[in-house]
Design a protein around this ligand. Structure first.
Ligand code: NAD
Length: 382
């Protein structure tokens, strides 16, 4: 694997590296880790790479790797959002598969462009929507699809953090600086950064699309150009109402992602901070808790495959990421691109959905929280 982004002091690049290599089938061998050549070299040395495979730019990475006898098979994109499209485009055009971090792009128009590029390419493209890597999230999806809840009647999804509660972007804090800058983050602040995770989790687990929404996006910290707090009402394709809350100014919240789905007969609840448990509570008063590592006979094969340890041994964020890498690696090895749609991997369509959400939320909020449709027309059901 090659990596673009993930330079010194970055957040998610090193996590990707750990996760990619967890199962022994993937190795980071090349990269352009920073826009600064010296910092890229510094990162490459830290990752223990051969100096000749540490590049000053992603253009050089793809051009040189292409000429090698042992080139990288795929690239992972872990840069700020505005580079997701140009790096993915360059990789696909030079013949490399792409595993990109979310959001797919910086704007909805860019996501449409990327979808066309992916369609025309014979290379694989997938996104690391991390939470769909958890076995119990996959099981939540499976039991919804099996009808265990009955028809979904209401959904509540919340993703709250507090790390942008003060204007740390002004202090040069690296992760905050680009996330609060529209030219690098794109049209959404909190909505594009973590709102898209909440939106993906809701559609992934429920199997239902959001068709319209009414959003109030706020910049709670004075002077911010992008939203740092989102309160959104949604309507699902079966008519059910839903609520999505995302915030990066919610004091005391660390990485609080929770999903609650309520059906005709039962409800389910999953929380990232207690990720090894899935609770299913039915109207008759029964509550069932599924644990990661469960051997329950009803378990879906995709969920089971995502468990790595016996019951009671906690699994977490890196394992969830690793499940995505393992799935993606297998598709590369088998060359079975058609299986991408049947896997639990997020495709370019999922990426488009995320950008359609951000676009609709921004439009609605600017129109005094009017209800607006979430763009559907170009998205095939996965
Ligand atoms: P970061 O600021 O910590 O790291 C970004 C890295 O990209 C830096 O090392 C920077 O030097 C590098 N970079 C910038 N321009 C470059 C260029 N032209 N060529 C090569 N490298 C370049 O950011 P982060 O928090 O790691 O986020 C990176 C991406 O990952 C974002 O798109 C973010 O949305 C996503 N992310 C996803 C998750 C998740 O849970 N899936 C979590 C965090 C971040």
């Amino acid at each position: 694997m090659g990596m673009v982004g993930g330079g010194p002091g970055s957040f998610i690049g090193p996590v990707h590296r750990m996760a990619a290599e967890l199962d022994g089938g993937i190795r980071l061998v090349a990269g352009a880790f920073s826009s600064d050549a010296t910092r890229s070299r510094e990162a490459g040395a830290g990752y223990g790479l051969a100096p000749e495979r540490v590049y000053a730019s992603y253009a050089e990475l793809f051009a040189d790797e292409r000429r090698r006898e042992d080139p990288i098979d795929f690239v992972t994109i872990v840069t700020p959002n505005h580079l997701h499209l140009p790096v993915a485009r360059a990789a696909l055009e030079q013949g490399f598969h792409v595993l990109s971090d979310k959001p797919a792009t910086a704007t909805l128009a860019e996501a449409r462009t990327l979808r066309e590029l992916v369609r025309r390419s014979d290379r694989l493209y997938a996104l690391t929507y991390t939470y769909a890597g958890y076995g119990l999230v996959r099981e939540a999806r499976a039991l919804c699809a099996r009808g265990e809840l009955g028809a979904v009647r209401k959904a509540v999804v919340e993703y709250s953090q507090d790390w942008l509660s003060t204007p740390i972007e002004a202090t040069g804090q690296r992760q905050a600086a680009w996330r609060c800058n529209p030219t690098q983050a794109g049209i959404g602040g909190c909505s594009g950064d973590i709102g898209v995770h909440a939106f993906q989790l809701l559609e992934f687990v429920s199997g239902l699309r959001v068709v319209e929404l009414a959003a109030q996006l706020s910049s709670v910290v004075p002077g911010r150009l992008l939203d740092d707090d989102c309160n959104v009402l949604l309507r699902l394709e079966n008519g059910a109402p839903a609520v999505l809350i995302a915030s990066q100014v919610a004091a005391g919240e660390r990485n609080g992602l929770t999903l609650k789905l309520y059906g005709e007969r039962a409800g389910l609840s999953w929380s990232h901070e207690d990720a090894n448990r899935l609770t299913i509570s039915s109207l008759n008063g029964d509550t069932r808790i599924l644990h990661a590592g469960s051997n329950a006979p009803t378990l879906d094969s995709l969920s089971k495959a995502a468990f790595r340890l016996p019951l009671g041994h906690p699994e977490g964020y890196i394992e969830a990421f690793a499940n995505i890498y393992r799935d993606f690696g297998r598709l590369i090895v088998t060359g079975d691109a058609a299986s991408l749609q049947q896997s639990a991997l997020a495709t370019i369509d999922t990426g488009l959905r995320g950008m359609a959400f951000v676009d609709a939320a921004v439009r609605s909020s600017r129109a005094d929280s009017a209800w607006v449709p979430v763009d559907q027309e170009f998205v095939a059901r996965e």
